[in-house]
Design a protein around this ligand. Sequence first.
Ligand code: PEP
Length: 252
Amino acid sequence: MRRKIVAGNWKMNTVLPEGEMLVKQLEFLTKDLDNGVELIIAPPFTHLVTVGKYLSENGVKVSLSAQNCADQDKGAYTGEVSAAMLRNAGCKYVILGHSERREYYGENSESLLRKINLVLNEGMQPIFCVGERLEERESNSHFEVVSAQIKEVLYKLRGVELANVIIAYEPVWAIGTGKTASSDQAEEMHAYIRRVVADKFPDYAENMPILYGGSCKPSNAQEIFSKENVDGGLIGGASLVAQDFVAIAKSF
Ligand code: PEP
């Protein structure tokens, strides 16, 4: 049985008191969550220590993730946050390669491979994002694009390392646009991703969680999560509303 995961990417939203309020709402709403779904939140860096402490001291059934990390382990890299710092702040996960980071901050496979290795070396699990742009889907090159994103990074890992990686398929055209991939489009790509992973890592592909991301909300989560190769979601906008985020988690 594969893990079921719903992860919330808060992006650059909320100041700390708002984030703390959101966490308290999640604490209340998740008390009766017993369907085996693992909930993860990825607040901004400035919230991690406070939120991490609150979650662990109050036994809240929510794990902590960062949204990014540096591609160097330490030293003179002004403004960066290292994987070791994130681990120390209580993170179990780090989102890597989100399309916003690829597009606005020039992240590429080379730097992402360095980041993945640093995150894995700290004993955390990367949530590695892949996905095509609208023009790539329209020109029918979406499979090629996603396959290259996987091969350029994940193929360079060892199987035992890959066992700690979570993939998030996020078609760029569906992120924050209100346009969701249909459940069939999601399943088609998730099954394809699993085959690409299996080509190199036949022993690990079956158990790898593959999350869907892109305008996922309470009204469409159940349909998307019902697909065989969809193991949960990476949720942006809807993760900022506690009721919606928990409703998505309860959609399994
Ligand atoms: C995301 O940015 O990871 C995402 C899935 O955003 P949204 O749910 O808002 O489309």
